[in-house]
Design a protein around this ligand. Structure first.
Ligand code: PLP
Length: 628
């Protein structure tokens, strides 16, 4: 720090790495109107391709350092889903993208305005998860160091210009940077965060005198870490969750102390999806049929899709609707034949779970239940059974070894069951490789049953659940995330709900009284499938393949409780819900009504509705009507 000629404190950064941020503007063309917005993305370029100075001194390492940094900032994508890795490069990426964006936003504002203090009237930084949270301190830095505002002025502007969306309550997903890493990489930003933290703790001391516990629970800097979610909350005027239940859990459990301090900041914005992709583009047969029945207004105003409602009493309509479902099942069957070389029957129930692989999403519950069904069929070949095609699609992030083991298990079970002629193709199991938006469109359109079976309280919202609903699949799920709001729209008689509630899960987590061993010891069928993980039935030569999964269900390890996602606890309830699915599918007319009802009631889940709520409640923008 030095003092300049005007007597102001100046912070000088030394020995830094620098890269040049180069903007690329991608046009985003509005549907059926004349609006083209721009999505700005940034590339990183080395400032001097080869540092001649370093090169002359023979320091070749340093010469290429900046080039390597620039390349890795943009080329390395961390593939984690709901998991924090804490890598140095990741923090460099976050700061690079944030700094480029915030610097540019402030400069652009000052091109048309004179008073930096009015910035929040034109600019809002919506922090989408904690990943861009360093925005708060970067804006403070610009206001303090480049516009020479006082701390109080800068703080007021920042607090009016930032808003935060929380996406998860799972502790392993929360970003907590080690202070030594953070302060070494971003010394000036860290200084500002220290001051934010110091003032915040003083505020807490004033409000809750003598209550050290509040400081421990709420501080930004604690235990050698920078807690990014706390920074985001303290610096923002709005904090929102992404489904009703999720926001309630934030207010009453995870962020309770912050909610008590700032009740007015908290609000809900239930996620949504775009029917332009997941119906109009992904399911052209159904899209055309919907338009034939109710006109094309649904494409830009999905609430109009409820005009399909009266048609659930029209048998001709139901027939057409289910004929389209059948043709979409044929389309997916062809994809499966081509990519997996498996024959599946489009007349069977298409029961589908596609989503990132994560233990809380419980693909393991689904495959264990399939193993159980297979055991039943082997024991009673003549039992009543409706043909099922179970489809999975899931990517595991690099390094998540248990997730990879679960994918291996699904594929191994598929191999054994699919080639067993004695069960006469009553069960087929398909694992679709490289699950992504392009093949997702084929999958949603073909689904009868939408598997949304996360441990209650763990899935903040989910959006796959909405894409299935839009395409006329019935939800088989827990009362978690936006499933609850889907059931509110369709009625519990048109979904298959099972399992522990969020409050039951949270109570077990608090009192620690759940012991999966009790279930294993007393329930023969469950014990059999759990044992089949290690008896060689699915692991071929390598008996140890699934041992780690087996142990995770029965034994605590490294701070994780045994069966921490309550798979054995919910198993029987899930099995019973699956029986209800089979019963319901037997009544073709009733199933068709429920399927069409799902499509007709999905209007709420349009992302257009979600965005309008952000616009109205958080960004407070005036609506401009464009007439063409
Ligand atoms: C919608 C979607 C997701 C999110 O699915 P969830 O079931 O909500 O986890 C993930 N991947 C792809 C390709 C999607 O289209």
């Amino acid at each position: 720090m030095i003092r300049d000629e005007q007597g102001r404190d100046r912070f000088i950064q030394e020995n830094y790495q620098s890269v040049l941020a180069v903007p690329y503007d991608i046009p985003i063309i509005g549907y059926g109107n004349h609006i083209v917005n721009t999505l700005r993305i940034w590339d990183a370029e080395a400032i001097n391709t080869i540092s001649l100075d370093s090169f002359d001194k023979g320091d070749y390492g340093k010469a290429v350092e900046q080039e390597n940094l620039a390349r890795t900032i943009c080329e390395v994508l961390y593939p984690n889903d709901n998991h924090y890795a804490g890598k140095e490069l990741r923090l460099k990426q976050q700061y690079f993208f944030v700094s480029a964006s915030v610097q540019r936003a402030v400069k652009k504002y000052m091109e048309k305005h004179t008073d930096i203090r009015q910035l929040p009237e034109k600019v809002c930084f919506q922090l989408n998860d904690t990943h861009p949270t360093v925005t708060t301190a970067e804006l403070m830095r610009i206001l303090l160091d480049e516009y020479y505002l006082s701390w109080e002025e800068a703080w007021e502007i920042t607090g009016k210009a930032c808003a935060y969306t929380n996406h998860t309550i799972m502790s392993e997903a929360l970003e907590k940077w080690p202070i030594d890493l953070f302060s070494r990489l971003l010394p000036r930003i860290y200084q500002i965060i220290e001051e934010i933290n110091r003032r915040f703790i003083n505020e807490i001391r004033g409000i809750y005198p003598g209550n050290q516990d509040k400081i421990v629970k709420m501080a930004v800097l604690y235990n050698g870490q920078v807690r990014m979610a706390h920074l985001a909350i303290i610096c923002s005027f709005s904090v929102n969750g992404v489904a009703k239940l999720h926001t309630e859990i934030l207010k009453n459990q995870e962020l309770k102390d912050f909610y008590q301090l700032y009740p007015d900041k908290f609000n809900n914005k239930t996620n949504g999806i775009t029917a332009r992709r997941f119906l109009l583009h992904g399911n052209p047969l159904l899209a055309e049929w919907v338009t034939k029945r109710i006109g094309n207004g649904w494409i830009t105003d999905l609430s109009q899709i409820n005009r399909l409602y009266p048609y659930i009493e029209d048998d001709e309509c139901l027939k057409e609707f289910m004929e389209i479902k059948y043709r979409n099942k044929v389309r997916l069957s062809e994809y499966i034949k081509l990519h997996n070389n498996i024959d599946v029957d489009p007349d069977s129930i298409f029961d589908i779970q596609v989503k990132r692989l994560h233990e809380y999403k419980r693909q393991l519950l689904n495959i264990l239940h399939i193993m159980h069904l297979y055991n039943l069929l082997k024991k009673n070949p003549g039992m009543e059974f409706t043909k099922r095609t179970f489809v999975f699609g899931a990517k595991a992030s690099a390094g998540y070894s248990r997730a990879k083991a679960i994918i291996k298990l699904i594929n191994s079970v598929a191999e054994v069951i699919n080639r067993d002629e004695s069960i006469e193709d009553k069960i087929k199991v398909v694992f679709i490789e490289n699950y992504r938006v392009s093949n997702a469109e084929l999958i949603f359109a073909a689904a009868d049953v939408s598997e949304q079976i996360s441990t209650a309280s763990k899935e903040a919202s989910g959006t796959g659940n909405m894409k299935f609903m839009l395409n006329g699949a019935l939800t088989l799920g827990t009362m978690d995330g936006a499933n609850i709001e889907i059931v509110e729209e369709v009625g519990s008689e048109n979904a298959f709900i099972f399992g522990l509630s969020a409050s039951e899960v949270i109570a077990y987590e608090l009192n620690g009284s759940y012991n999966p061993r009790d279930i294993y010891d007393t329930d023969e069928d469950i014990r059999l499938v759990v044992d089949q993980l290690v008896n060689g039935m699915y692991s071929g030569e390598d008996k140890e393949l699934f041992r780690e999964i087996y142990h995770s269900l029965l034994e605590a390890k490294g701070g994780d409780r045994a069966d921490q996602y309550f798979i054995l606890k919910d198993f029987r309830s899930y099995e019973e819900a699956q029986k209800r699915v089979e019963m319901a599918y037997g009544n073709k007319n009733k199933w068709a009504k429920a399927a069409l009802l799902n499509t007709a009631r999905c209007g709420k889940f349009s992302s257009d509705r979600t965005i309008e709520e952000y616009v109205r409640d958080i960004w407070k923008l005036k609506k401009v009507r464009i007439t063409v």
